[in-house]
Design a protein around this ligand. Structure first.
Ligand SMILES: *Cc1c(COP(=O)(O)O)cnc(C)c1O
Length: 368
C-alpha cells in the first residue's frame, strides 16, 4: 500500500467544466475567470478578487500594488516556501527576516516589531501549513510611514480567525491553486482585497500595465500574469467542494493528534485558539528524545509505504540570493532548529481510515 502526501481530486465535474470551456473556443482569460473572481471574493468576504497565473504571481502583483520598490524593506519569515520572498527581491526591495515561534511555525510578532525600521513598507506574514496568526495586531505604521500587510494565505484557503477568513487580515491576501494545495487548478493564484484601488493596480500589472479602459495604452510596466478560463473552470468546481474537503482534513488531523499522542520525542502540531486550521500540512517535530533521527523516520516510513515530506529543509536566509543580503547561520535560531526537526505526514482529504491507521501504526512501530 502506498500512501501519498497529496492527491488532487479531479472528478467528473472538473472534467465536464474543462470540456465545456474547450468546446466554447474561449480558452484564455474570460467569463470563467470573472466568475471565479466573484465567487472567490464572496467566499472570503472580500470586496475584490484578482485571479492570476500562480500564488507567486499574486504576491508579485500585490507588492506592485502596494508600491513596494527600491529602498523599501519587507519583513517576512525565513521558514516558508521561497515564493513568499522572491517577489520582494524582484521588486527591488530588501527582504528582512524575523524568526518564528517554535510551536506554531508562524512568524514571531515580537521579533517582527524589533525588525521595523523607517524603511519598512510591508510585512508578509505566512499562514504556514494552514493556520492563521494574529496578523491584525502587527504594527500598522512606523513613524509617519504606513506599513502594509500582505497575508500569504497560499496554504490556508478556507481557514478562519474569529469571523475572518484567511487572506482578510491585511490590505491584500494571496492564494495558490497549485496542484497540491487545498483547492487547485494545476497552476493558478488569487489576490483578495477590500480596496478597489489596489485591485485595479493588480489587474493593470497582470496585463502588461495596460489601462483598464483603453487597449494599447500602458500606464506602467507590467507582466502577463493572467489565468486561463480553462483552469478557472476547474477552480470554480473545487471552490464548491473546499469546505467539505477542509472538514475532512480537520477530521484526519484530529485522528492523527489522538493516535500519535504520548510518543516520546514527537511534538504534534498546535491548533491555536479562536481559529479553524485548514490543515494544509500535518507537521510534527522529531526531537532528539525520539528513538530515531527525523531522516531515519522518514526513510522507514517510506519503506512502510507511507510518504512524508520535509517543509522546509533549509530556511530561506541560508540560500545564496538571501545570504548575499548579509544573512548567516545563527541569525534565526528557531527557524534553523525547526527545519532540522519538521516532518509533514499525509493529511489530505482522500485518506481512508485504514490508511490513517497504517500511518499511525508505522510511526508507533518505528518509535518502539
Ligand atoms: C504554494 C505557495 C506559494 C506559491 O504559490 P505557487 O502557486 O506555487 O506560485 C507561496 N507561498 C506559500 C506559503 C506557498 O505554500
Amino acid at each position: 500500500m502506498n500512501i501519498s502526501m497529496a492527491q488532487p481530486t479531479i472528478g467528473s465535474k472538473e472534467i465536464g467544466a474543462v470540456m465545456k470551456v474547450l468546446k466554447s473556443g474561449q480558452i484564455t482569460q474570460g467569463g470563467e475567470v470573472a466568475a471565479l473572481e466573484e465567487e472567490f471574493a464572496r467566499y472570503c468576504g472580500a470586496r475584490c478578487a484578482v485571479a492570476v497565473s500562480s500564488g507567486t504571481a499574486a504576491i508579485h502583483a500585490g507588492l506592485y500594488a502596494l508600491g513596494v520598490g527600491p529602498g523599501d524593506e519587507v519583513i517576512t519569515s525565513p521558514f516558508t516556501f521561497v515564493a513568499t520572498a522572491n517577489p520582494v527581491l524582484l521588486m527591488g526591495a530588501k527582504v528582512v527576516f524575523a524568526d518564528i515561534e517554535e510551536d506554531s511555525f508562524l512568524i514571531d510578532s515580537h521579533d517582527v516589531a524589533k525588525k521595523i525600521s523607517g524603511n519598512t513598507k510591508a510585512i508578509i506574514p505566512v499562514d504556514l501549513f494552514g493556520q492563521m496568526g494574529g496578523w491584525h495586531t502587527l504594527p500598522k505604521r512606523s513613524g509617519k510611514q504606513k506599513i502594509h500587510i500582505l497575508e500569504d494565505a497560499c496554504q490556508a484557503v478556507g481557514a478562519t480567525y474569529g469571523q475572518k477568513k484567511a487572506g482578510m487580515l491585511g490590505q491584500i491576501g494571496v492564494f495558490s491553486f497549485y496542484a497540491t494545495k487545498n483547492m487547485m487548478c494545476g497552476e493558478g493564484g488569487m489576490a483578495i482585497t477590500n480596496s478597489r484601488a489596489l485591485a485595479e493596480r493588480m489587474r493593470q500589472f497582470r496585463h502588461h500595465g495596460q489601462d483598464q479602459q483603453h487597449r494599447y495604452i500602458y500606464r506602467d510596466v507590467g507582466l502577463n500574469l493572467r489565468m486561463l478560463d480553462l483552469t478557472a473552470a476547474i477552480a470554480r468546481v473545487q471552490l464548491r467542494q473546499l469546505d467539505r474537503w477542509n472538514k475532512r482534513r480537520l477530521r484526519n488531523a484530529q485522528i492523527l493528534q489522538k493516535g500519535l499522542a504520548g510518543i516520546p520525542g514527537l511534538v504534534l502540531p498546535s491548533s491555536l485558539p479562536h481559529r479553524i486550521h485548514a490543515w494544509h500540512q500535518f507537521t510534527i517535530r522529531v526531537t532528539p528524545q525520539f528513538s530515531k533521527t527525523r531522516d531515519e523516520l522518514m526513510t522507514l516510513l517510506g519503506k512502510a509505504g507511507v510518504a512524508s515530506s520535509i517543509f522546509y529543509p533549509k530556511p530561506l536566509h541560508l540560500h545564496p540570493h538571501f545570504l548575499a543580503l548579509g544573512y548567516k547561520r545563527g541569525d534565526f535560531p528557531v527557524a534553523e532548529r525547526v527545519s532540522q526537526e519538521v516532518l509533514s505526514l499525509p493529511v489530505h482529504p482522500a485518506l481512508s481510515l485504514r490508511q490513517l491507521k497504517t500511518i499511525m501504526a508505522a510511526i508507533k512501530k518505528i518509535s518502539s
